[in-house]
Design a protein around this ligand. Structure first.
Ligand code: DAH
Length: 339
């Protein structure tokens, strides 16, 4: 019976090769593998075999059945290859486009903001994330006993000498830049800053700021507020803003801009600590002492500066409830921000 099975297989393949269309393949399938087909007829004789041969023949028969079935499917495929006429093939369908990634929402925010400030004539200045204590604090009029200098707030690279640190804000770029430039200057400086603090929905240990500095003749607080108002309008459209007096050693007067929390509509949530308002940026008129530290004569020039919290703005823009998501690297989160 083994020889008969193998003979059947050879003949079946010959017939299959010669089949001209799918109906010939269908007929062949019935003839070979159907309930009354050649294979079944052969196998019906298994009970006549000696018991010890039966299982070997059974195994051979099922492997031949499988081979024939595969060959039949493949042959049928040749005749049913899709054509431009067939309904299930549309050559105008888009293909599978490769996944090419996209900008992080924080990067996208910075790029849009840089475009806005460029349209006002600002250029971009860069500074290092490892900064000297002199630039980060002293030249910005932050005295030796200021709490920001505390080990608990600042990451010193060598606490014993306290000379180098991870910058706690982008403001040192202001004094760096003025070491090699003269007014008038209009710069922005985006970058990462570091704070040693407990994290929560609106605080992280490293985040992004967008610093701005303008020094020119006759600049006033109104120029600062007009600039910031235009920026917020550009970014958010219509928003409710509060200007609150504030203190930063490097400006006089100093202000904070708070924006109505867009996440809860001002009702109060964990991101705005139930107050309905979020502090978005600090700003002010550059302190005369700092102007002098920048080699600028305060009698001739005045300036304004601002430091924008980029993650907070991004959160409000997209309704992101927790700042820590932005650094999480979680694809499920990031995939939502295709630009
Ligand atoms: N450097 C301040 C901070 O990190 C923010 C800031 C406030 C920047 C006032 C400024 C400014 O340029 O004028 O909290």
């Amino acid at each position: 019976m083994k020889a008969e099975l193998e003979q059947l297989k050879i003949e079946a393949f010959q017939l299959l090769n010669r089949a001209q269309d799918s109906s010939a393949v269908d007929a062949l399938e019935i003839d070979l593998l159907g309930r009354r087909g050649k294979l079944s007829t052969l196998l019906a004789r298994i009970p006549e075999l000696p018991v010890e041969e039966r299982s070997g023949i059974g195994t051979l028969a099922s492997s031949i059945r499988k081979e024939l079935q595969d060959a039949i499917v493949a042959k049928r495929g040749q005749f049913s290859a899709p054509t431009s006429q067939s309904l299930d093939f549309d050559p105008t369908w888009p293909g599978h486009s490769p996944s090419i990634g996209h900008l992080h929402p924080v990067t996208a925010f910075l790029e849009r903001s840089a475009d806005f400030f460029a349209s006002l004539g600002y250029t971009i200045a860069d500074g290092p994330e490892v900064e000297t204590a002199t630039n980060n604090f002293d030249r910005l009029n932050i005295p030796a006993n200021h709490p920001a200098r505390d080990l608990w707030d600042t990451y010193y690279l060598n606490p014993a000498r306290a000379g180098l640190l991870l910058r706690t804000h982008t403001s040192p770029v202001q004094v760096r830049y003025m070491d090699s430039h003269k007014p008038p200057v209009y710069i922005i400086s985006p970058g990462r800053v570091y704070r040693h603090e407990a994290t929560d929905a609106s605080h992280d240990t490293n985040f992004t700021q967008l610093e701005g500095l303008a020094i020119d003749r006759d600049l006033h607080l109104t120029d600062l507020l007009g600039t910031l108002e235009a920026f917020l309008k550009h970014t958010f459209g219509k928003v409710k803003v509060q200007v609150r007096p504030s203190f930063f050693p490097f400006v006089e007067p100093g202000v904070e801009l708070h924006m109505s929390c867009l996440l809860c509509g001002g009702k109060g949530c964990s991101a705005c600590k139930q107050t309905g308002w979020l502090e978005m940026l600090g700003a002010g008129m550059v302190h005369p002492t700092v102007l002098k530290n920048m080699h600028v004569d305060p009698a001739k020039f005045s300036g304004f500066a601002f430091g924008i919290g980029v993650e907070r703005m991004t959160m409000l823009l997209h309704g992101i409830p927790d700042v820590r998501l932005l650094l999480s690297g979680d694809q499920r989160f990031l995939e939502q921000f295709h630009y």
